[in-house]
Design a protein around this ligand. Structure first.
Ligand code: SF4
Ligand code: SF4
Ligand code: SF4
Length: 296
């Protein structure tokens, strides 16, 4: 898949069909990747496809000038479609290089399972529905469903729905909705007062870094309401009440656009379970409007 990606991307640049390629390259931490945005064919051999290509690259589309070739997993392709529907990008300016996606590995789950930090792991290898983790030279197998992100466990469309090139055969969906939504259901089972206390505590450690907003393709306002001063909707200080209100409004803004890519929760330095809000909103939109973002 990686070789095919590199040859497709190189051909797109060399034939002048795109001005930019947006994909992933190795990250500076073990078992991580970072977005690679380039106009140069010489950079193409840095492109990778592996179980750690977590970012939703659609977030970069609206800011890039010219035609763009973009690597997209199932959820990312839905975000691209959603951006097209919102007139943020033009379909003809995008070449979608689709990656059928069996789920992204959540290294924090592996750290918890083996009781070691990512820097102490020798290797993590995905092989079909198994993942082998090697520590101190010894390999241990885990089921893929034990180590992928919660949103991937509930992924309905792992193969891109919209693409120009598909880098492999469509992949079956893992879909274990009960496991994917376990944390959300725990919250829903709480009495309102208990749930309120839960969120109050969670949002008391939000530092208002806005990583959740900046990483999200559905959060695309040029000027976010949190930065308005006339009227001022929120106090700039990260008080829990304002932090909570920020997420409440953000959820309403992304309703019908959120594809449950899970990025907002993954990047939150406070480990706030933001997906408990966004996935629930995804379900509400589905129930009320029979609508799933980026599928049509
Ligand atoms: S949500 Fe689906 S398409 Fe997106 S990374 Fe997870 S399994 Fe892949
Ligand atoms: S990423 Fe987390 S800490 Fe940062 S603003 Fe969002 S909720 Fe707050
Ligand atoms: S709200 Fe979160 S899960 Fe939804 S599209 Fe944005 S980053 Fe992805």
């Amino acid at each position: 898949m990686e070789q095919r990606l590199r040859s497709e991307a190189k051909a797109l640049l060399e034939k002048g069909k795109v001005d930019n390629i947006v994909g992933f390259e190795r990250g500076s931490l073990n078992f991580s990747t970072t977005p690679l945005i380039t106009k140069e064919a010489v950079d193409i051999d840095r492109l990778v496809i592996n179980p750690f290509i977590v970012n939703n690259l659609a977030v970069f589309l609206a800011e890039l000038k010219g035609k763009v070739g973009i690597v997209a997993k199932g959820c990312d392709s839905r975000s691209i479609v959603s951006l097209i529907q919102d007139n943020k990008v033009v379909r003809e300016d995008i070449v979608i290089i689709g990656v059928p996606c069996p789920g992204m590995i959540d290294v924090t789950k592996i750290e918890a399972l083996v009781g070691r930090d990512r820097d102490e792991l020798d290797n993590i290898v995905r092989d079909g529905d198994k993942v082998m983790v090697t520590v101190d030279g010894k390999g241990k197998d885990f089921a893929l469903s034990e180590v992928i992100f919660d949103n991937c466990l509930g992924c309905e469309f792992p193969t891109p729905q919209e693409y120009d090139v598909l880098l492999g055969e469509p992949t079956p969906s893992v879909t274990d909705k009960a496991a994917s939504c376990a944390k959300i259901n725990e919250l829903k089972a709480m009495a309102p007062k208990e749930r309120w206390e839960f969120w109050k505590e969670q949002f008391s450690h939000c530092i208002r870094c806005y990583a959740c907003r900046n990483v999200c393709p559905a959060c695309f306002c040029k000027r976010c309401f949190v930065e308005e001063s006339e009227p001022q909707w929120l106090a700039p200080m990260p008080r829990w009440q304002d932090n909570l209100m920020f997420q409440v409004v953000r959820n309403i803004h992304v309703a019908g656009r959120c594809t449950d890519c899970g990025e907002c929760e993954r990047v939150c330095p406070g480990n706030i379970p933001l997906r408990s809000l966004t996935r629930e909103m995804y379900e509400i939109v589905g129930d009320l409007f029979q609508f799933k973002a980026g599928v049509d």
